[in-house]
Ligand binder design. Structure first.
Ligand code: C2E
Ligand code: CA
Ligand code: CA
Ligand code: CA
Length: 275
């Protein structure tokens, strides 16, 4: 967190004063949020198009601030990262996610977002092993979602940590594919189990033949490398049929299911199991 100090000075621009106060409020609120029980984890199913059944559920963090109300993770996760709080928060999310998944059918995976900041530290593997042991989960059911930006800064430490996580049997998902300077060579040099095509591509797929072609090419390449593809943010029937045509193996989005509580997810998964 300390080496982020240089960047945060920019926030002191006068016209950003209110934003700054809000960020301060978020930062100080985050410090107590775990203790005060203000977080919850929701679960969003990821559907396997071949079977129509849930392949995995993504754990998505929610925070109700006592004064600000619901704050989006897109807003508070970066603050938690720069304030050095993301480690504790992730540990909590991992535990909640594995506790929930322990109740699900054994072929359903659990996907957890791992912030790039944690891949620069040493304790993630230990935290994960402890969580798996304490919740009785096997490593092969846990999939870590890592944004592609993490692979850009060619940090040797991040590299060895990712290898270590792979050796532990965890699955790796390359998240937000297509948003950064995606390089398809990542797919070659890394044994990702899954890539998740960012929802910004899916949004336009109906009226952009180019986006559809790009997705088709990514899917074909992934297939040839035995990597599964998830289309994120599928909201409409048309988007669904386009990603199906493109050959995506899995979909996630409001069309199938919104993020739901652990109890709702368990109920849905049990229903799917019925003959
Ligand atoms: P993400 O990893 O790209 O997660 C997918 C986001 O898309 C989620 O937003 C999800 O609710 C949303 N989404 C799913 N289906 C649809 C759809 O059909 N349409 C639209 N418009 N959106 C859809 P959410 O939950 O607000 O999370 C935002 C981001 O916050 C996540 O993006 C992730 O980067 C981060 N995040 C959430 N939970 C965690 C966490 O536990 N740890 C970390 N490090 N980051 C988290
Ligand atoms: Ca994700
Ligand atoms: Ca995304
Ligand atoms: Ca993201």
């Amino acid at each position: 967190a300390k080496n982020e100090g240089g960047k945060r000075v920019q926030i002191f621009e006068p016209f950003m004063h209110e934003d700054f106060l809000m960020l301060r409020q978020i930062e100080s609120g985050l410090t107590d949020a775990l203790e005060n029980d203000e977080f919850t984890v929701l679960f969003q199913p990821i559907i396997d198009l071949a079977t129509g059944r849930t392949k995995s559920c993504e754990a998505l963090l929610r925070w109700k601030h006592p004064e600000l109300g619901d704050v989006s993770p897109a807003m508070f996760i970066p603050v938690a990262e720069s304030a050095g709080l993301i480690g504790d928060i992730t540990e909590w999310v991992l535990r909640k996610a594995c506790e929930a998944a322990a109740e699900w059918p054994e072929d359903v995976h659990i996907s957890v977002n791992i912030s790039p900041a944690l891949l620069k530290q040493n304790n993630l593997p230990v935290t994960i092993i402890e969580t798996l042991v304490n919740t009785g989960m096997v490593a092969r059911r846990l999939e870590l979602e890592i944004t592609e930006s993490v692979l850009l800064d060619k940090n040797p430490h991040t590299n060895s940590l990712l290898r270590q996580l792979q050796k532990m049997g965890l699955r790796l998902c390359l998240d937000d594919f297509g948003t950064g300077f995606s390089s398809l060579t990542y797919l070659r040099s890394w044994e990702f189990d899954t890539i998740k095509i960012d929802k910004s591509f899916i949004r336009n797929i109906g009226n952009s033949p180019t986006d559809q072609k790009i997705i088709g090419a990514v899917v074909q390449l992934a297939k040839s490398l035995d990597v599964a593809t998830v289309a994120e943010g599928v909201e409409t029937e048309e988007q669904l049929s386009r990603v199906r045509e493109a050959g995506c193996s899995r979909v996630q989005g409001y069309y199938y299911a919104r993020p739901m509580t652990a109890a709702q997810a368990t109920e849905r998964l049990v229903q799917e199991e019925l003959p």
